[in-house]
Design a protein. Structure first.
Length: 365
């Protein structure tokens, strides 16, 4: 795909392809009535990361976070996918693009970036033009002080897709990306042909929220949400220098086999500078606004086909249960032997599930 006038050249044009091998839950946002029924929300494992404690340079300065610097990508990845920068909705967005066919937007969760989709991207690119951005505040995308409510985040993605020449597209969202993707589909239904969502039991503000004081097994998985919501520098001060412990626990607690250490280290390093850490909490600090927006959105059901995917060791059928009241055409799939980090823990099963769901879209229906 040729670059639009609003794009700059990608980071990896001159980079050598890294050594490439395969391997691989983003903290899930606990929201909805089905929450207590489905055990498990996402927090992941503690990897020791010297770079996290004292990063030499910020990711935005070093280029760390682009395709050319990502570790152990699938074979041939950098021949198909390139990093691009697009000025859209008032911010400079980093997006990884590749493939041919109808456009498919993949929206990552927290604490991850575009890299969360790496194991799915090559096969999807055989049938779709795959567009995988870093959200506002994450990775190499700009990190403004405001704009982390889902209305703005959805508008970011609509503006990005329009800049790339895509007026209508299919969307897949995971974790916080599920919540953003729901907002995109609800606020801009004319843009979204099909919507697949994974690993959150419904958007916050839709249905009944869990109590503050809950059983230990749930609290262990959900405590990060109220912690991240605290709009004060104390959260950043408590995490700074301990990113490997904080994000490591997030990856570990959410269920399913752990991610490889290199992936965990990569995600931790992305958040291991003050600017990235502050911006990473932005979504949670906009929680009240997001809940209010979703209550309004829930008054009108989604009419496009929706697929709800849960990991059997995580939210399971709770994802579909959370979307039942707000959809008119819903399918639910539970993937065995997978926890929250479903695209990395069960990439082939996820590809098969998406392939079946997206086939009518690819055929122009």
């Amino acid at each position: 795909m040729s670059a639009s006038p609003m794009e700059s050249a990608d980071h990896d044009a001159a980079g050598a392809e890294p050594k490439q091998t395969r391997s691989g839950f983003s903290r899930r946002t606990f929201v909805g009535g089905a929450a207590a029924a489905a055990a498990g929300v996402s927090l992941v494992g503690a990897a020791t990361l010297p770079a996290a404690a004292a990063p030499a340079r910020r990711a935005t300065e070093s280029g760390f976070g682009s395709v050319s610097t990502a570790p152990r990508l699938p074979a041939g990845f950098t021949q198909t996918f390139k990093s691009r920068f697009v000025q859209a909705n008032g911010i400079r967005q980093h997006v990884v693009v590749g493939g041919e066919g109808p456009p498919l937007l993949l929206v990552h969760g927290w604490p991850q970036n575009w890299y969360a989709w790496r194991l799915l991207m090559p096969e999807l690119a055989e049938k779709y033009t795959v567009v995988v951005p870093d959200q506002r505040g994450i990775g190499l995308t700009e990190k403004p002080a405001a704009g982390y409510d889902t209305k703005t985040l959805a508008n970011d993605l609509v503006a990005l897709m329009k800049s790339l020449g895509h007026e209508r597209f299919a969307v897949v969202g995971h974790d916080t990306g599920l919540i953003i993707s729901y907002a995109l589909a609800s606020d801009h239904p004319e843009r979204v042909a099909r919507l697949a969502v994974a690993e959150v039991p419904g958007p916050p503000g839709v249905g009944h929220s869990p109590e503050l004081f809950i059983e230990e097994k749930y609290n262990n998985k959900l405590w990060h949400i109220p912690f991240n919501r605290v709009n004060h520098e104390i959260t950043e001060k408590l995490v700074r220098g301990r990113e490997d412990l904080f994000f490591g626990y997030e990856f570990d607690i959410q269920g399913g086999a752990g991610q490889p250490e290199y992936a965990r280290e990569y995600y931790v390093r992305l958040f291991s500078n003050p600017e990235a850490l502050r911006a990473g909490f932005g979504f949670y600090r906009a929680w009240d606004a997001i809940v209010a927006q979703n209550k309004k959105r829930s008054e009108t059901k989604l009419t496009m086909p929706v697929l709800a995917v849960g990991g059997a060791e995580s939210w399971g059928p709770g994802v579909g249960a959370g979307f039942t009241p707000i959809t008119t055409s819903l399918q639910t799939v539970v993937i065995p032997d997978a926890g929250h980090w479903i695209a990395e823990q069960a990439p082939q099963a996820m590809l098969e599930t998406l392939g079946t769901f997206l086939a009518p879209y690819r055929a122009g229906r």
